[in-house]
Design a protein. Structure first.
Length: 202
């Protein structure tokens, strides 16, 4: 079974719950059987096993023009050979193969990308675990080439929590501001201290 990937800081804390739901089903999405086939992610219309099965079909059967072999199986092979732990996901390929899965990726990127990562990691393990130099790794997807893009001034509140492509030029950047995960509190009078972890929605 594939290792459980670590949290992706770019997806926020919500990805851990999605990963737990997707990872707990193992290979059930690939076989289309199991007791968790109706698991839905709260606040979305994403059915975990159905989305995993669709992602697995895409990664294992999508063939680029002029080729006979599954493109993303080749990219996993290249990643294994080079030691990379990411796959560049062309959203144009995904949209041409499965419009429904592409739509879920755009509308619910935290949940969809997490499921894509779980499937890629499972496929990576299945393909290479019998090789003598195999090392377990989390494979992450890097989506690009969305069908639509906009300039930053045209972003709307409706774009919040969606995957958007922005056209423009970066003229300066700042340091990354980390998302708080743990907080330390201390009473100024009695010096009683408590450390608190922050989970999704807290």
């Amino acid at each position: 079974m594939a290792p459980s990937p670590n949290n992706r800081s770019d997806l926020g804390r919500g990805s851990s719950q999605v990963r737990a739901a997707a990872g707990s089903q193992g290979d059930e999405a690939g076989s289309g059987s199991g007791n968790n086939t109706n698991t839905l992610i709260w606040g979305t219309d994403i059915q975990v096993s159905e989305t995993k099965a669709a992602a697995r079909r895409f990664f294992t059967t999508f063939v680029a023009a002029g080729s006979r072999d599954a493109l993303y199986a080749q990219l996993l092979e290249q990643a294994y050979a080079s030691g990379r732990t990411f796959i560049n996901l062309d959203c144009g390929h995904l949209r041409a193969f499965d419009v429904s899965l592409y739509d879920k990726l755009v509308r619910f990127p935290t949940e969809a990308i997490t499921i894509l990562d779980v499937v890629l990691t499972e496929l990576y393990t299945e393909l290479f675990e019998n090789r003598s130099d195999f090392v377990e790794a989390q494979i992450v997807s890097r989506p690009f080439n969305l069908a639509d893009s906009c300039v930053m001034r045209n972003l709307n509140p409706s774009d919040v929590d969606k995957l958007v492509s922005i056209k423009g030029m970066i003229i300066r950047s700042s340091a990354i501001v980390p998302d708080i995960q743990r907080a330390f509190f201390e009473c100024q009078t009695c010096r009683a201290a408590e450390e608190v972890g922050f989970g999704f929605g807290d």
